[in-house]
Design a protein around this ligand. Structure first.
Ligand code: TYM
Length: 327
């Protein structure tokens, strides 16, 4: 059985990019693997968060995990800050990282925008992410494309430390990426990734959006003037993005969707995509409502933190011993 680990930041507006790139894989993997899914609250304080909002978002993401189909009997679900091993291992890994490699991370470059001084948490964030993964001897990390570089850094750190001590201190993990969902673009600007924080709400579809909001966002999505439904990332990024979303929700191959809509206009295609999306999200919204304020949810998180701590403590003993820390 393989060990799977992944996480989502509790920053609100969890959208179909998060779902189709990551959460959908989480569910697929839970039957055949030992899965550990984390709500990475310590990652979200790299930027200031209003404490009450953060608390709410942590429980929102936990409820969404269960609403999309994660079963706490099969998967371990927990909140990062409840397991001290993440911060402990992060420091050890920080001391094996180089400022050069961290400053090459595209997310750091984007977020610090070349400023002379930027929050240090944004700089060391990928090391905390590596700690999340290595703490659990993870084999597989299901994520969207935007995390590829972070997974590479995690692998580099694991290999570097294994080589230094000439033994397998850490398992070297592999990323896992979806075919159609790995990179969902903003609906209003297909050159930008769909994001939780973009100011235009019509740039994304949040998992809890009502059908009316989903319809508005899709019907106003940016396309092109050619009028044919054809996958071409270079020339037709808007339609290609919508084809990816259609494919990921329906399970149909992009080529089959192209055939189905041969000779049809964008309006008809978009209208059907609204239906496909609304149908896929309705059960998630319904289940979220049932679970969000339930004891089932808090019990699952408590149980998950216990299980995660048991694994984490063992890893930290091994790591501290390897590095000669403690007495
Ligand atoms: P986060 O919270 O930004 O996103 C959660 C997951 O959603 C994926 N994703 C997307 N996939 C497709 N299209 C998009 N537009 C899109 N936007 C986001 C992300 O790739 C991610 O899989 N650093 C991570 C959280 C993290 C983590 C970890 C992940 C912390 N530690 C350890 C895996 C393992 C992040 O900020 O994801």
């Amino acid at each position: 059985m393989k060990r799977v680990f992944s996480g989502v930041q509790p920053t609100g507006n969890i959208h179909i990019g998060n779902y189709l790139g990551a959460l959908k894989q989480f569910v697929e993997l839970q039957d055949e693997n030992e899965c550990i899914y984390c709500i990475v609250d310590m990652h979200s304080i790299t930027l200031p968060q209003e404490p009450k909002e953060l608390k709410k978002h942590i429980l929102d993401v936990a409820a969404l995990y269960m609403a999309v189909g994660l079963d706490p009997k099969k998967s371990t679900i927990f909140v990062q800050s409840q397991v001290p091993g993440h911060a402990q291992l992060s420091w050890v890994l920080t001391c094996s990282s180089y400022t050069g490699e961290l400053s090459r991370m595209t997310q750091f470059k984007d977020k610090s925008k070349g400023k002379e001084s930027a929050p240090a948490g944004i700089f060391t964030y990928p090391v905390l992410m590596a700690a999340d993964i290595l703490l659990y001897d993870t084999d597989i990390v299901p994520v969207g494309n935007d995390q590829k570089q972070h997974i590479e850094l995690c692998r580099d750190l694991a290999i570097r430390i294994n080589n230094r001590f000439d033994k397998k201190v850490f398992v070297v993990p592999d990323g896992r990426f979806m075919k159609s969902g790995a990179r969902i673009m903003a609906l209003d600007d297909p050159s930008a990734k769909m994001s939780k924080s973009a100011p235009n709400p019509k740039s994304r579809i949040s998992l809890l959006d009502e059908p009316g909001a989903i319809k508005k966002a899709i019907m106003s999505a940016t396309t092109d003037s050619e009028g044919t439904i054809r996958f071409d990332l270079e020339e037709k990024p808007g339609i290609s993005n919508l084809l990816n979303i259609y494919s990921a929700f329906s399970g149909l191959a992009v080529e089959d969707i192209e055939k189905k809509y041969e000779g049809c206009g964008y309006g008809a295609f978009k209208k059907d995509l609204v239906e496909v999306t609304v149908d896929a999200l309705a059960p998630i919204r319904e289940r979220f409502g049932e679970i969000r304020n339930s004891k089932e949810l808090t019990d699952a998180l408590k149980d998950g933190a216990e299980k995660a701590n048991a694994i984490s403590e063992k890893t930290m003993q091994r790591v501290y011993k390897t590095f000669g820390l403690g007495i």
